[in-house]
Design a protein around this ligand. Structure first.
Ligand SMILES: NC(=O)c1ccc[n+]([C@@H]2O[C@H](COP(=O)([O-])OP(=O)(O)OC[C@H]3O[C@@H](n4cnc5c(N)ncnc54)[C@H](OP(=O)(O)O)[C@@H]3O)[C@@H](O)[C@H]2O)c1
Ligand SMILES: [Zn+2]
Length: 345
């Protein structure tokens, strides 16, 4: 089968570690399923892997990709009860937990000792024609939710959902600042805010992406510079929360834009992970710094209900054939995308 995979490590240009070529089609083991991928979406996680940055050991060949939607092709021996029928449309829950550690037994899958995403060893990724997955990670997909739209949900949209609603606890009427408006998580956050009556301000380095953010419902879209926080304070008196995935480049703006008692929710650090902590500002303004990662299966199911009820459709930047994965990943590495990039086998 065709697969976009990490074939080697150490190349100067991380994209030279990528190969798009044939690998054996995986066999599902007991309790697992074989997913026929109809659409997979890219995430920054794929670039981190190509750069050799991963929470698990890196051992090429390693198929990239955390997100996919498609149909169930087959099950391994002894499929668990209640799984979707072979041939039915599904979406993949991207978080794999072992189900047995103390956190899992408490129902806290995101705190699992062995939590992993597809493409983290020992699991294969989704940028392929087929991927073997634990049957427990299959989520039935309503037929009217197209595979390309569904494939955007498991990482970027779920991460944004948990940041906004679970971690920051935002409600209709809340105000939020979303950093790096062109990104997958950021555009997801913008669309979720529009669907739920949350007032959003966006930042982006790029004029065209700022224009696009306004079209996605932001009440203002600002360039990230010295005056940005002042503008946010002028518009809102200080936002309730900041959705922060950019990191060092925007951290100062994030802390300065909050109302006293507000929260910065951080799920990524694309531009670097060691900004000045500004502890005086944090304690004096009583700021909460909330880490957030992915989301639970229950949150993914609620997200699907929200998508269905509100008519929200993920913003797709471009769709490429799987064979053109290199061009798709280059676009993401250059930060040129506005929304999600989707690959179709
Ligand atoms: N913890 C989790 O569960 C989780 C889940 C998803 C993603 N993440 C992390 O969150 C980050 C965003 O992920 P994503 O998939 O949304 O990535 P993405 O689509 O590549 O978006 C990254 C965005 O960051 C913005 N940016 C601003 N300053 C930047 C700079 N100096 N260098 C590079 N980018 C800059 C860009 O927006 P503008 O061009 O508009 O400024 C860019 O579009 C990544 O670091 C990813 O690893 C974490
Ligand atoms: Zn566990």
């Amino acid at each position: 089968m065709l697969a976009a995979h990490l074939a080697r490590t150490g190349a100067e240009d991380p994209l030279d570690n990528l190969e798009v070529g044939d690998l054996p089609t995986p066999e599902p083991r007991p309790g697992w399923a074989l997913l026929k991928v109809e659409a997979a979406s890219l995430n920054h996680h794929d670039l981190w892997l190509l750069r050799g940055v991963s929470a698990s050991p890196i051992e090429p060949p390693q198929v990239l990709g955390t997100d996919a939607a498609g149909t169930v092709a087959a099950y391994g021996p002894d499929p668990p009860a209640g799984v979707p029928e072979v041939g039915s449309p599904v979406l993949l829950h991207a978080v794999i937990s072992d189900g047995t550690c103390p956190a899992c037994r408490r129902g806290e899958e995101l705190y699992c000792r062995r939590m992993a995403l597809f493409s983290d060893k020992p699991y294969d990724g989704t940028l392929a024609e087929y991927v073997a997955v634990p049957a427990a990670n299959l989520v039935p997909r309503p037929a009217e939710l197209a595979a390309a739209d569904a494939a955007c949900l498991p990482t970027a949209y779920l991460t944004a959902y948990r940041m906004l609603f679970t971690r920051a606890g935002l409600r209709p009427g809340s105000t939020v600042l979303i950093q790096g408006a062109g990104g997958g998580v950021a555009t997801a956050a913008l669309l979720l805010c529009r669907a739920t009556g949350i007032t959003a301000i966006a930042t982006s380095r790029d004029e065209a992406k700022r224009e696009a953010a306004l079209k996605l419902g932001a009440v203002a879209a600002l360039a990230p510079d010295r005056g940005t926080a002042k503008q946010v304070l002028g518009l809102t008196g200080g936002v309730d929360a900041v959705i922060e995935t950019v990191g060092e480049a925007t951290w100062d703006i994030s802390l300065r834009s909050l109302r006293p008692g507000g929260a910065v929710v951080v799920a990524g650090a694309t531009s670097g992970g060691d900004p000045s902590a500004q502890l005086n500002r944090v304690f004096y303004r009583q700021i909460s710094v909330l880490g957030s990662t992915m989301g639970t299966r229950a949150e993914l199911e609620r997200l699907m209900v929200l998508v269905h009820a509100s008519g929200l459709r993920p913003l797709i930047d471009r769709t490429y054939p799987l064979a053109e994965a290199r061009a798709a990943l280059s676009r993401m590495a250059a930060g040129e995308q506005q929304g999600k990039i989707v690959l179709v086998p």
